[in-house]
Write a protein that binds this ligand. Structure first.
Ligand code: S3P
Length: 454
């Protein structure tokens, strides 16, 4: 076993052009050793939001003209999207944190090889929406984790629009034969922004007006991105309507810092009364900021220093100070709004005074890992009491955790969540498979090292 801290490559954050998902598959199971900290202090400029980076890249590919995206996500997931786009005949260049993408207009080129989505559910599901509109057949493949994840949620509505999709028991690999789409009205059965976005992207290619209705409103980056690239969309309550045949234009954008990545550093700061953390140019889209509401409710002091709007997205600078954390309940719409942040909120739950109850979060079982089981396993390994339910967890407060041997379960958010929990444990922890952090933030451990004061 090689220790991540001893490998200088990981301190630099992997240079983006070097990201080829297969490289990481070959070098998996690097471990990180986390020492306890006394607080988390400093200022951070984080890479661009992953959800927005995927959407802007895909829309730039089917727009007219060249799009320039600054502060593009450094995660391997967004590299998977860019690599798939190149297979589809889209030219792009990366220079520093900027990606320039030459749009082809609505028609992409038939790929000669399977499109490798790596670990990225967003790539596979949202790109399927665009591929459903192409008059050719393409194959989407993914790694072992992605090949286990449910795809029927996009297959059924895209087939109803006229695409033909074959899958293995509702899972990847997917073979998509597109073209001649017709508009549908569709109610998304599980809250999923990826599904909503895939259908709106397909709606661009369909005859008529596609209507997508959500029971619980999910992140709206797809809608905002479509508008930024020039598409007209109607919003009626929880229904979003898009009419086919609209052409997109290119944009220039600076992508706001990823709030789901910032969540790890904010929760780390929240653990210590002496922490003071400033995060610049952070994504403040109201469909993504529930984490800030929760941390404030639990007792953290968060001040918004400035806020502005760019391409329909709110961007702000925040100052977070640690305090005594109360804890509380996360259920219903909150569970959907916090789906990517629950791992880290659960990981710090034993340190709260009243504990944390998580309900209605069954979706966590079909993410990059079974996150409910992974959280329960690692918390128990650290000596915590935790009860696991089908759709959630019950974690009592006021618990002392101990440094332990932990696993990422091959899941970036589990690796990062437990690096945070380890900061307040008694003794060092080792996280096996910590290198999976490259999926969303390659420089995670290097940045944590900088802000964790010892
Ligand atoms: C995402 C939506 C969520 C989230 C994922 C990113 C998106 O997935 O968990 O990390 O960019 O739309 P679901 O749509 O499956 O809930």
């Amino acid at each position: 076993m090689k220790l991540l801290w001893q490998d200088p490559k990981w301190f630099q954050g992997c240079a983006y052009p070097a990201i080829r998902y297969s490289d990481f598959e070959m070098s998996t199971n690097l471990s990180a050793v986390i020492h306890p900290a006394k607080n988390v202090t400093g200022s951070l400029e984080l890479p661009g939001d992953k959800s927005i980076s995927h959407r802007y890249a895909m829309l730039a590919a089917i727009a007219e003209g060249s799009t320039k995206l600054e502060n593009f996500s450094t995660g391997a997931d967004c590299a998977s999207t860019l690599n798939c786009l190149r297979e589809l005949g889209v030219d792009w260049e990366k220079s520093g944190d900027t990606v320039a993408i030459r749009g082809r207009g609505p028609k992409l080129l038939q790929p000669q090889n399977p499109l490798d989505c790596g670990n990225s559910g967003s790539t596979m599901r949202m790109l399927s929406g665009i591929l459903a509109g192409q008059e050719f057949t393409s194959e989407l493949v993914g790694d072992e984790s992605l090949s286990r994840r449910p795809m029927a949620r996009i297959i059924h509505p895209l087939e109803a629009m006229g695409a033909r999709i074959t899958a293995r028991d509702g899972r990847a690999p997917l073979i998509v034969s597109g073209g001649n789409l017709r508009a549908i009205e569709y109610q998304v059965p599980v809250p999923s922004a990826q599904v909503k976005t895939a259908l709106l992207f397909a709606g661009l290619y369909a005859e008529g007006t596609t209507i997508v209705e959500e029971g619980i409103r999910t992140r709206d980056h797809g809608e905002l991105a479509l508008r930024a690239f020039g598409a007209g969309l109607q919003q009626r309550g929880k229904k979003t309507e898009i009419t086919g045949g609209q052409r997109l234009h290119s944009i220039e954008a600076r992508i706001p810092a990823d709030i789901s990545t910032a969540a790890f550093f904010l929760c780390a700061a929240a653990l210590f009364p002496g922490s003071e953390l400033v995060i610049y140019a952070l994504l403040m889209n109201p469909t993504r900021t529930r984490l800030l509401d929760v941390l404030i409710n639990w007792g953290m002091k968060i001040t918004l220093l400035m806020v502005e709007e760019k391409n329909g997205e709110l961007v702000g600078t925040i100052d977070g100070r640690g305090g005594l954390l109360r804890g509380g309940k996360i259920a219903g719409e909150d569970a959907a709004a916090l789906i990517d942040e629950i791992p880290v909120l659960a990981a710090i739950a034993p340190y709260t005074s009243e504990g944390v109850e998580i309900r209605d979060a069954r979706e966590l079982r079909v993410k990059e890992s079974d996150r409910i089981a992974a959280i329960a396993f690692n918390l128990r390994a650290m000596g915590a009491k935790v009860e696991e339910g089908d759709g959630g967890l019950s974690i009592p407060g006021n618990q002392q955790l101990y440094g332990a041997q932990l696993s990422s379960f091959g899941d970036h958010r589990i690796a990062m969540a437990f690096a945070v929990a380890a900061l307040r444990a008694a003794g060092d922890s080792t996280i096996d498979g910590a290198d999976t952090a490259v999926i969303s933030y390659p420089a995670f451990f290097e940045t944590l090292q900088k802000v964790a004061q010892r």
